[in-house]
Design a protein around this ligand. Structure first.
Ligand code: LLP
Length: 417
């Protein structure tokens, strides 16, 4: 990519040499490119043009305050799934009026905080939740703007763990049950219907599942219209995929053009369109740097044991996910085939398998496409401090999260009296 490229046989992020950065700041280290974030944002804006469309960054993908602040300054809204994420948005200078709140298990305190902050909309995922929001809003003397997240029962053709729009999934309200749920919302105190919402999955590389879902959602809007229920916005969720290996991702234009066309055909182009992209805004804007600790040439396999682990980048262990692997300073020797594994005591602790690469102990490696669902999914298992995060900007870099210290790991624990 233009943001991560080789210069003098050394991988750089923009104008910063990653060999030097890794040696200076230590590894494992997450490195993001500010220009890559902006370019991804711009690709959405190019597709949107002057249309009334709000991008609510699906911040679960990467919720570092510096990343959020960057998107807030670009005018982004946020799709949140917890009170914690709301606190981050507010801390990072995001506007509550551009926040949509998704998730199947919203707690009272989270609903209260969102009402106090004045968010744009609750994406409600069950009738029970609708009743809870009504109660909390009434108690606070507020009105809660809501959208019902409908489950359109389409196959997003992605990994089963990240597909959310089929009827077997826990997400949303079955589309068949949605008219009755909207009727109910219409009668409940403290509730104002403002939209309709669906999100069908993640790492989607085809337009058809989106259009199938949209057809079903628009049929629902037709039905609601007959019942006298109008909405102001239509949220089609996030889910656009990125390239990890040989996927051919959709440009936002390839999704949005047919979407706008369908909205116009069906007479819904007056509605505001809301999008919730996460991965496609940040995924390819980050790499995870790690150092080779040991090489181990066993009978069946060659292993490169690195200082990053499943605790730093969980996607391979959890989804069998593929992340590209680059030598920060490639060697000229004949490559060998390695499994790239971490130091954690689990067989699932691998980051890459069967990769052909020339390696020596102490080499720095980069795992690609680590900007989304990377650091945010990390843990402290095996009492491993979580990695530091750095934002590169041209020739400069900024530490946007300090490496955790050992003391941080047991702060809050107590010996028995
Ligand atoms: N909106 C909702 C309601 C979501 O549940 C999600 C992601 C998004 C938006 C953003 O989706 P995106 O544009 O990033 O695909 N940890 C998994 C991905 C989980 C996605 C969860 N929901 C992974 O590492 O692949």
């Amino acid at each position: 990519s233009p943001f991560f490229h080789y210069q003098n046989n050394t991988l750089h992020a923009e104008g910063v040499c990653l060999e030097i950065l890794a040696r200076e700041l230590g590894t494992p280290l997450y490195v993001y490119s500010r220009a890559a974030l902006k370019a991804a944002w711009q690709s959405y804006q190019n597709a949107i043009g002057s249309r009334n469309t709000l991008v609510c960054y699906g911040m679960k993908a990467n919720s570092n305050l510096a990343v959020l602040n960057e998107f807030a300054k670009l005018g982004s809204g946020f799709d949140i799934v917890s009170g914690g994420e709301l606190a981050r948005v507010l801390k990072a200078g995001g506007q509550a009026a551009k926040v949509v709140f998704s998730g199947v298990g919203k707690q009272d305190w989270e609903i209260e905080a969102a009402l106090e902050a004045g968010i744009k909309c609750f994406n409600v995922e069950s009738v029970a939740e609708l009743e809870r929001i009504s109660e909390v809003a009434t108690r606070l003397g507020k009105t809660a703007p809501v959208s019902l997240r409908v489950n359109p029962d389409v196959d997003a053709k992605t990994h089963p763990y990240i597909s959310t729009g089929m009827k077997e999934n826990k997400f949303g309200i079955e589309i068949g049950a949605a008219p009755a749920a909207y009727q109910k919302a219409n009668t409940l105190p403290g509730i104002k219907i403002v939209g309709v919402d669906s999100h069908i999955g993640s790492q989607i590389t085809e337009v058809s599942p989106y259009l199938d879902a949209l057809d079903k959602t628009l049929n629902l809007l037709d039905m609601l219209g007959l019942q006298g229920i109008q909405v102001e916005h239509l949220d089609i969720g996030g889910g656009l995929g990125i390239r990890y290996t040989d996927e051919i991702p959709l440009d936002p234009k390839e999704l949005l053009e047919p979407v706008y066309e369908k909205l116009a055909q069906r007479g819904y182009d007056h509605l505001q369109l809301v999008l919730e992209p996460g991965r496609s805004l940040v995924g390819n804007a980050g790499v995870l740097l790690t150092r080779v600790q040991y090489l181990k040439h066993a009978e069946a396999r060659n292993f490169a044991i690195i200082d990053a682990a499943m605790t730093d980048l969980m996607r391979p262990a959890l989804y069998d996910a593929y992340h590209g692997l680059l030598a920060v300073r490639p060697r000229a020797q004949t490559p060998e085939t390695y499994d790239i594994v971490g130091p954690v005591c689990e067989s699932a602790d691998w980051l890459a398998k069967q990769r052909s690469i020339a390696l020596e102990q102490d080499d720095i490696l980069a795992l690609e496409s680590a900007g989304a669902y990377g650091f945010v999914m990390s843990s402290q298992y095996n009492t491993r401090p979580r990695a530091a995060e750095v934002m590169v900007d041209g020739e400069h870099f900024h530490i946007i999260r300090q490496r955790e210290k050992l003391e941080d790991l047991f702060e809050g624990e107590q010996l028995l009296p």
